[in-house]
Design a protein around this ligand. Structure first.
Ligand SMILES: Nc1nc2c(ncn2[C@@H]2O[C@H](COP(=O)(O)OP(=O)(O)O)[C@@H](O)[C@H]2O)c(=O)[nH]1
Ligand SMILES: [Mg+2]
Length: 325
């Protein structure tokens, strides 16, 4: 990258760190769109990251995640804890859109630079949604937020990958949504640090709790800690104090025996590999490997006319030996 881009990035990051919300929004857009200079912005942000607590909140659409996130953010702001919120929900324009709108209005009304809300609904072509979300989280962290909350719909692999970037994962379940515990992906159940049974004003919260415990005992009793289950009514704030306490407890647990570092190291191990893959693909693209060319290969491979095992090394070879086209 040319030094001018680095200077511009350093300048932008300095501004977003001084509380300039517009600079923050611009930096996030650059990163989200993987625009020119995005890498410089991320690199300039990096020294100012690693201190925030990242909390992932996942669960089915309509479970009450946005309502909970809103309540949590208000509680933390009340205690002068600064909060960044990333709502990753491709469907949130239809379900949680109004609530997200309320939060943005709250942010505007108070003129509070200790609260920042961003929704992500686009899927990046190269890095995928999880990578883009992780990068946006880095930028928000660099702006000095104490907590970064990531709300995501826990249904697919993409969402599981997003949640992996959190230090603490909260899985929200609700009673009366059929066999909810079974339908939530096993992968999501496994990464839960805290279970919330929201809409506890409805019948069946105790049944959900029993189902969670049953599922956990089936999975085997090697757990290092018992996953707390907190019942909430997000709309009224019932159970919020218990949830805040469970998060605080988890934070202390993570702080012991290097658990937080171990988690983050495990995360970066995967992420670095993804970044290398992405960089290679980008490099291949700059050597003329277009999506059209890949589509052409795909047709021939599917028809049995081309050997993919010989093809892939040839394409990689083009990066190192071929000429740019
Ligand atoms: N009865 C009841 N409704 C709730 C509760 N929490 C949220 N809701 C409602 O459930 C709907 C979906 O909430 P939302 O926060 O958008 O869910 P999300 O899709 O998981 O983000 C909204 O109409 C909320 O007002 C609760 O504890 N009890
Ligand atoms: Mg929502």
């Amino acid at each position: 990258m040319p030094p001018s881009s680095q200077t511009a990035a350093a300048d932008l990051v300095e501004r977003l760190r001084s509380g300039d919300t517009r600079a923050l929004a611009r930096a996030i857009s650059l990163v989200e769109n993987d625009a020119t200079g995005a890498v410089d912005v991320l690199s300039a942000c990096f020294p100012h990251t690693g201190r925030a607590l990242r909390i992932g909140i996942t669960g089915s659409p309509g479970a009450g995640k946005s309502t909970l996130v809103d309540k949590l953010a208000r509680a933390w702001r009340g205690a002068s804890v600064s909060v960044g919120i990333i709502a990753v929900d491709p469907s949130s324009a239809f379900t949680g859109g109004a609530i997200l709108g309320d939060r943005i209005r709250m942010q505007e009304r108070i003129g509070d630079d200790g609260l920042y809300v961003r929704s992500m609904a686009t899927r990046g072509a190269l890095g995928g949604l999880a990578g883009a979300t992780a990068d946006v989280a880095q930028v928000i962290e660099a702006s000095g937020k104490d907590i970064v909350l990531i709300e995501t719909v826990g249904v697919g692999q993409d969402e599981i990958d997003i949640v992996k970037l959190a230090d603490i994962t909260v899985v929200v379940l609700v009673p009366g949504m059929g066999d909810d515990v079974q339908t939530i992906k096993a992968g999501v159940m496994e990464i839960a640090d805290i279970f919330v049974i929201n809409k506890a004003d409805r019948e069946g919260a105790d049944r959900v709790e029993r189902e969670i415990r049953a599922m956990q005992s089936l999975a085997g009793g090697h757990a290092a800690r018992i996953t707390p289950i907190v019942k909430t009514i997000a709309t009224t704030g019932d159970g919020l104090d218990e949830l805040l306490a469970a998060i605080e407890e988890m934070k202390h647990w993570l702080a012991q025996e290097g658990r937080l570092e171990a988690r983050r190291t495990a995360y970066w191990r995967e992420r670095i590999e993804q970044m290398v893959q992405r960089a290679l693909l980008k490099e291949a693209r700059s050597h003329g490997l277009s999506t059209e060319e890949i589509a052409g290969h795909a047709e021939r491979v599917a028809a049995g006319d081309e050997d993919p095992y010989r093809l892939a090394p040839k394409l990689v070879d083009r990066i190192f030996n071929g000429s740019r086209s």
